[in-house]
Design a binder for this molecule. Structure first.
Ligand code: ADP
Ligand code: GN1
Ligand code: MG
Length: 370
């Protein structure tokens, strides 16, 4: 995918209003979806200005214009709140730059959508928890993000990926992928397929409660990986929530759970030595404390009690999505080696098994915060 977009990168750059002379452009970050580039410009006074250029993955986000409307709306809303709270809007929210067509995106000759964000300097997005305090800070920030957006007009948000966390619908898609077996890979992953099918109840838990009207839809981030947050290099505080492509009405427990799935795992998402993969309960508790604190009283007792279930559901769903993509020929997530999606699927299932073992303790930890 990167190769496809590289051909048009110069065209895209020429359609944004940058100051200074371009001295570097290079692929950046470890996201699985968009093509991200760091651009560096030398200014007249010798200083360096950095910008993030992204090609939106329009095979995944089918309506990039609607997606950009969401991001414009959310960042404008956050900017206002940050200013009201005496914060720094240049660092505490993403800032879209204008293209020469007056819009916040440029469409190239091949139909790719490009956008530019101001680079958040002096901050890092981590692929792994290096200090527990960082994880706690990210929890407060994701909780706070949800609270800040509590009065965002949710009806104006477009659903950028239909049924993004509809786990039951994803289970159906998975079953179809097994059935179709377009790459002839199903035979080699019978164990993993069985793992999914033995846990169908997990896929239905939240959908059933929603149908019964027991769970509020909130404006959530929906992709709360640790590397979707920037932590200040000096203070260690989480300063900015990034990757806003999936901000949509959703469930608080899923935002919690996706962070646990990624950050409380003792190994990388694509670790091949499964003996290294487990759920670190100290990190789980730390994140729970920070998230509940960040949401500042907005979560209902039922939502809080379902936080451990959020961790299970998101781990199950993500593992199933990796396996589906493996079966379908690796067309969704970027892969960097043979069997990459299968490796990712296996870490998720190992993690989920470990959560099952630790289930009572996970629930007891959350009870303390109710
Ligand atoms: P993807 O959807 O592919 O995950 P992201 O929007 O998360 O794309 O961007 C990928 C990576 O690029 C992030 O994890 C982060 O490291 C970096 N990044 C994105 N936006 C910024 C920004 N405004 N400032 C600094 N780094 C950024
Ligand atoms: C993708 O975009 P990124 O890399 O932050 C994916 C998430 C998955 C995650 C797994 C839009 O996140 O849903 O949980 O990979 N984003 C999308 O690492 O599908
Ligand atoms: Mg990302």
């Amino acid at each position: 995918m990167e190769k496809k977009s590289c051909g048009r990168i110069d065209e895209a750059i020429s359609h944004f209003r940058f100051d200074g002379e371009l001295i570097q452009k290079k692929p950046y970050g470890s996201g699985h979806i968009n093509d991200t580039f760091l651009l560096q410009f030398r200014m007249k006074d010798g200083s360096i200005s950095k910008q993030i250029l992204q090609r939106v993955n329009h095979e995944i986000f089918k309506d990039p214009v609607a997606l950009m409307e969401n991001i414009e709306g959310v960042t404008t809303f956050l900017r206002k709140k940050i200013i009201e709270n005496g914060g720094d809007p240049e660092r505490e929210t993403l800032n879209l730059r204008q293209a020469d067509n007056g819009k916040t995106y440029y469409t190239d000759e091949d139909g790719n959508y490009w956008r530019v964000f101001g680079f958040i300097d002096g901050a890092t997005s981590y692929d792994k928890v290096e200090k527990p305090e960082h994880f706690y800070q990210s929890a407060v920030a994701f909780g706070h993000f949800q609270r800040l957006l509590a009065d965002y007009p949710a009806k104006t948000l477009h659903e950028t990926i239909i049924g993004f966390h509809d786990t039951a619908a994803r289970l159906e898609t998975f079953k179809k992928a097994v059935e179709a077996d377009v790459c002839g890979r199903a035979q080699g992953v019978e164990k993993e397929i069985r793992f999914v099918l033995e846990r169908e109840d997990v896929a239905h838990t939240f959908g059933d409660l929603q149908k019964a009207g027991k769970l509020p839809l909130r404006v959530t981030h929906n992709d709360t990986k640790l590397n979707n947050i920037m932590l200040d290099d000096e203070t260690g505080k989480a300063i900015c929530v990034i990757d806003l492509d999936t901000v949509m009405p959703g469930l608080a427990m899923n935002d919690f759970g996706d962070s646990i799935r990624f950050g409380a795992s003792t190994a990388a998402e694509d670790e091949t030595d499964l003996s290294k993969v487990s759920c670190d309960l100290e990190l789980f508790e730390l994140y729970a404390r920070g998230f509940i604190e960040g949401c500042a009283g907005k979560l209902s007792p039922l939502e809080i009690s379902l936080l451990p279930m959020g961790a299970k559901v998101m781990t199950y769903e993500c593992g199933m999505r990796f396996l589906t993509d493996y079966l379908q020929g690796d067309t969704y997530f970027k892969v960097h080696r043979e069997g990459h999606n299968l490796d990712r699927c296996r870490t998720q299932f190992k993690l989920l098994s470990d959560m099952e073992q630790k289930w009572d303790t996970m629930q007891n930890i959350i009870k303390k915060y109710m």
